[in-house]
Every structure is written in C-alpha cells, then in structure tokens.
Design a protein. Structure first.
Length: 691
C-alpha cells in the first residue's frame, strides 16, 4: 500500500509537469515575434487555423453601407411653417395697407397718445414697417413692391404663394433639389402678374427648404439587415498571411496577432497565463471533487489507476507533438475508447472531457475544436461500450468514422463554409482518423491486458471458444461436466441480462467453474458410467475429493492463465456450503461428533453478482436434473428453483454479494423459464409392432 501511494504521487507529479510543459510550449504561448506596424516581415507567415480578417470584413461592410440609400420621410411641418410665415407676411401687409388707407400714413407713435401729450409725430414708410414685422427676409425693394399692391392684389398674391409652396413641397424636396427648381417658371404658370413676379420668386426661394428628412430608425434597420447578409472574410488554415520582405500593414498586424505570432508584451498578454492557470485549477478541482464524491479511485485497483495516468500522459504528449496539424488529425478518441474497454464508461467520459479542455488550451483551439472532439469522443464511447465480439470491430470502427465525419461536416456547414472539395476531403480524412483510432485501440489491447492484467470483453469472448484447451479437455475427459457447465452458463447468462450483471463474464464463469473436476472426473456423478467410486470410500475421503475440485480448478486456472475474475468465480461458486450428503452419511456412521468444517467448502462466498448467479445456476441445474423424473403438477420446476435459492439465502451464501430482493425474484423467473425449456415433459411414443 505504501509503495502504491508513492507511485501514485510520482504519477500525479508527472501529470502536472507534462500538462504544464505542453501548455507552456503550445500554440497559446508559443514563440512570438516583436514586430510593429510598418516593419518588414522577417519570414513567410501562414494561418495556423482559420482566422477572421476583421479589417477586410469591416471594409466589405463599409462598401455595402455606401451602396445603401438612406430612407427619407416627408416632414409636413416644414411646409406648414413656410406657408404660415407667408400668410403672416401678407396679413401684415394688408393690416398696414388698411392703416395707410385710413390714416394716410403710418406713425411711429399712435396719434391718440401724441395728441394727449402734445408730442410731434414722425411718419414711417409702410415698407419699413412691413420689413420690421415680417419673419421673412426679402430684398428691401420687394417690401416696397408689396406695399404698392392693392388689398385685392395682396389677397390674390397670398393665394398664389400658398399654391406655389404647396406644389413644390408636394414633390418632396431634398437638399440637392433646392438649387435645381425652376421657380421662375412655376411663378409664371401660377398666373402671377408680371410686376410682382420678382417679389414672388424671391419669396418662394426664401421659403423653400428640404422637407425630406432621413428616417434614422428605418435606415438603421435597413443597414443592419444589409450587414447581416455580409459573410465574414476568413483567412483559411494554411493560407499565406504575408510574404517575407513585405511591409506589415494594420490588416496584416491584426491577423498575426490572432495567429499568435506577435509578442504582446502587455498586461493583457500576461493575463492569459492567469486565465489558463485558473482554468487548470478549476479542471483539477472538478476532478478531485468527482473522485471524492464518486469514490471512483477507491473502486479501482492500483493497476487501473496507473493506466489512467499513463493514458492521460500519453495523450497529452501526442496532442503536443501534433500541434501543427488541423484538429481532425488529433486522435483524442483513443483515450476514452481504451478506458471504456479496460475500466468503465463514466471514467472514460470524465477523462475525455478533461483531455479535450486541456488540448484546446494547448492548440489554442476554438469552439470547433472543442465541439468536434467532445461530441466525437462521447459518441465513440457510446458506440464501443457494447462491443463484445471481434467481428463487431469493423462495424464499430465504421460507425465511429461516420460519426467523426458527420460532426466535422456539420461544423463546416454551421460556420458557413461552402461544400467545396476541401471540406469533402477533410470529411473523408475525419472518417479515416476515426477508423485508425479504433484499429490502434483494438490492436493495443493485448499489450494493456498483459501489462496491467485487465480483462476485456474480447478476452472473455475468446475464452468462450470451444477450441480453448480447457474446454476441449472438459469435453473429452469430463463430458458430463462439460454439458453441465454449458447449461449453467446459459442459465446464469440469461439471468445476468435480467438483473444488469455482466452476461459475458457470467457465461465464462459458467463454462469454467468446474474445471477442477478434470483431476478426478469419475468421482462426480455426471461423469460416472458404471459404479460410483464413493461407495468404496469413507465420507471424509469423499468430501476431500469433492472439495478438491475447487482448489484444483484454481490451480488449472492459474496454469492456463485465466483472468482473476474467472478464478474468483471458480473458488466462490460453492461459497462455504456444506456437502450435506456426506455430512449426514458421516453422522450415521460416527454419531454426532462429526466436525461440520470437515464437510464444508473453504469459500469465500460469492462477492459479485456474476459469481452468485453461477452458484445458483449450478445448484439449481443439478437439482432439477436429478429430480426431473419427479417433476409434475405436485412438484414443478419453479418449486425446485425457489427452494434451492431460498436454501442458499438461509445459509447466508448470498450475504456478501450485491443482490437485492428484486434481483432474486428476477433470477427465479429467469431460471424457471430456462429450465422449463430444458426439462419439459416429453410425449412417450407407443411402440409399433412390425409383422
């Protein structure tokens, strides 16, 4: 235990060192140049990944905006104000005209006041009074012209002025239109007397102003709509950014910054280190929390823990070595697929998420990098989880390749890349990388199995091959035991499916649980053809021979390099049960002073669901087979199954395995169904007399 902790600490230190070195030498913090705008490029620069050219995109957007005409709206208030000012001018003129007609002239002080105070009066020119009252600025001569008109002419001129203004404003006037209007022609067409035409032209010219104003809200909406259709300009991966010897422009400088080629010796640059450090702390804190809450490390053997560290270190190094390649070439799927085959699915997904996050930092990857590897990795885990036969390898590899290709293609379409030859080629390359990952995983399994003593579904499957040496020996040397083992394996496997145990491991345990009988096969009932050797032995000797098949089985399993999980099932399939037949026989011969331990299996009791299923299937199959001639309406297969399972429960043989009452019920139903099919009642055909 002390050595294991020591090695675990060493592996943790190696993990941290490898992670730090990989990130610090990765694309995010790679070698950068100290160059400025206007400098000469010291080398050719290529885009390490796809980069948006924001300057070119903005230029494209500006060009699109220049081509848009603003949206104008007619301002009726401008027309109304112009007409109102014209009306006031004529109203003032008429009022002054009325005073002149009545008083003969216009005074600066009303006569009633001057007469009362005996003040002299000063007459004022009517045109001067009109000019002071009017809000419209005209040439002085036009005021004089207006005051020479009669009252009726003033009314008519007002009507003509309002009409002309209405005509012009109804056209919708822009700033550029004012200078191009033919006011003289419009005045003539309106029927203005020739003597008053210069005045009218001056009045109209002064009162005309643009009444078409920009609708800023509608124009902004139109501009936003136009900008939304503008595709960003990208520098694709591998495209040259600048040639050696060329001058670095603003546009090129920004691209080099995004490519991580320029040394940003500023606070923002160093804050990147802080951000990465925080992210790594969060990831490892999350990992420690997950380990603590799920107690995942406690469930794993030291060899499994070592495998996790080694696979992690290996993948981080691979990611760093492939730093200059596009993300589709990074074989991150290898780690989760190996772990799911050698350990379990949840741990595989957990390790994969951490590797994806750290690989993104190392490669300075974008959202595409994260999405591609996260999705393809999890899909690969789900696909390969249920692979239990070698012939499924091709199908799984194809599915994983298709999954990676589909994810890559969907990401390309999502970011707006055209379905070009480059995209199609990369899609096929993603498919090929998926196939290669599966080949590497399956090809390396023997190494991991032998180095860390792991048992994989493929290894278990190989043990079910009838050509396995031990199974061939059983068939030839202990035929009865061989067929008994087949029945036990089938019965136990069916029940394993029902309760969520490992069906393949259960089947293998059923095949090999009685291999110890090879050492003395004729001492077991299913292999006896003539007499029973136990009839000539004392009960203790018989019990010793029967018990020895467990220890002999363990020795054979070791000799033939069977996995530890199968060895466990061999020594646990009888638990600490008592050989009741020989125990009672000894009591009948020796009395009550017989030691129970002499007729008891050494154990231990079943520790797993699979071992418990093999124990129950073994005893149930043997009992039903021995009582098949007694089966009928009064004694059914289900009665025998329930009785034997209850007996094992009462003896405490199932007290150390994780079986629940609901599991026991499912096992009973499954056993009954299988045994009814094996030992069903058969019709006795009558003999026919042949004459």
């Amino acid at each position: 235990m002390k050595n294991e902790r020591k090695w675990t600490l060493i592996l943790v230190c190696i993990v941290l060192i490898v992670t730090f070195l990989s990130i610090s030498t990765g694309n995010l913090f790679g070698k950068r140049l100290n160059i400025q705008i206007g400098d000469i490029s010291p080398q050719d620069f290529y885009a390490p990944f796809r980069i948006e050219n924001t300057v070119a995109t903005e230029r494209k957007e500006d060009q699109a905006l220049l081509m848009l005409e603003p949206i104008y709206i007619k301002n009726e208030n401008i027309k109304e104000n112009a007409q109102q000012e014209a009306k006031l001018l004529f109203n003032y003129a008429i009022s002054i005209k009325d005073v002149v007609d009545k008083e003969g002239m216009v005074w600066d002080i009303p006569p009633s006041i001057t007469k009362h105070f005996n003040i002299s009066l000063t007459p004022i020119e009517p045109a001067q009074v009109l000019r002071s009252k009017s809000t419209i600025t005209l040439l002085p001569i036009h005021y004089e012209t207006l005051m020479l008109a009669s009252r009726e002419q003033l009314v008519e001129l007002e009507e003509r002025a309002i009409f002309i203004l209405e005509e012009f404003f109804s056209l919708g006037l822009h700033e550029s239109d004012i200078l191009t209007l033919d006011i003289q022609q419009k005045v003539i067409e309106a029927g203005v007397i020739e003597a008053y035409q210069p005045f009218m032209q001056d009045l109209i010219r002064v009162q005309l102003s643009p009444n078409m104003q920009i609708d800023f809200e509608a124009t902004k909406t139109l501009q936003d709509l136009a900008l939304s259709t503008i595709e960003p300009v990208y520098v694709v991966q591998g495209e040259k950014i600048i040639d050696r010897g060329s001058k670095i422009t603003d546009e090129v400088y920004i691209l080099l910054q995004k490519a991580g080629e320029i040394d940003n010796s500023n606070a923002e640059y160093y804050l990147q280190y802080v951000g990465v450090a925080i992210l790594i702390i969060i990831l490892f804190s999350f990992s420690l929390y997950y380990i603590k809450e799920s107690k995942v490390i406690e469930k794993l053997a030291f060899s499994q823990q070592s495998l996790l560290f080694i696979v992690y270190i290996f993948m981080v190094i691979v990611v760093r070595l492939l730093i200059d390649l596009p993300y589709i070439y990074i074989p991150l799927n290898i780690a989760p697929m190996l772990i799911v085959l050698l350990i379990e699915k949840d741990i595989a997904i957990w390790i994969h998420i951490i590797l994806v996050m750290l690989s993104t930092i190392i490669h300075n990857g974008d959202l595409n990098f994260v999405t591609y590897h996260l999705m393809s990795g999890i899909i690969s885990v789900l696909i390969i989880t249920n692979m239990q036969e070698r012939k499924q390898m091709i199908r799984c590899a194809s599915f994983i390749g298709v999954a990676q290709a589909t994810v890559h293609l969907s990401l390309c379409l999502l970011i707006g890349m055209p379905l070009s030859g480059v995209v199609i080629t990369e899609t096929f390359q993603a498919f090929g990388v998926g196939l290669l990952c599966v080949v590497i995983v399956i090809g390396s399994l023997p190494f991991w199995e032998s180095t860390f003593k792991f048992v994989t579904p493929l290894q278990l499957l190989e043990l079910t091959n009838p050509n396995q040496p031990l199974l061939k020996r059983l068939l030839l040397e202990a035929t009865g035991t061989y067929y008994h083992s087949l029945l036990v394996a089938n019965i136990a496997e069916a029940a394993a499916d029902e309760i969520g145990a490992n069906p393949l491991l259960t089947r293998v345990g059923g095949y090999y649980h009685d291999i110890g009988k090879l050492t003395c096969s004729n001492y077991f009932k299913e292999n006896q053809v003539l007499d029973n050797p136990h009839d000539h032995l004392d009960p203790r000797s018989s019990a010793g021979i029967i018990v020895s098949h467990v220890t002999s089985g363990l020795e054979l399993a070791t000799e033939y390099n069977l996995p530890q999980c199968v060895k466990d099932m061999i020594i646990q399939h009888h638990g600490k049960g008592v050989m009741q037949y020989f125990y009672v026989k000894a009591q009948n011969m020796e009395g009550e002073n017989v030691r129970l331990e002499d007729f008891q299996y050494p154990g231990p009791r079943p520790q797993t669901k699979e071992a418990a299923l093999v124990m129950l299937a073994d005893v149930v199959e043997a009992t039903v087979r021995s009582m098949q001639h007694k089966l009928g309406p009064d004694l059914t297969v289900e009665d025998v199954v329930k009785k034997m399972i209850k007996q094992k429960l009462d003896e405490g043989e199932l007290s150390e395995c994780p079986l629940y009452i609901s599991d026991i019920n499912k096992i009973t139903q499954s056993f009954t169904k299988m045994l009814n099919g094996m030992y069903h009642e058969r019709i006795e055909y009558p003999e026919k007399n042949v004459k």
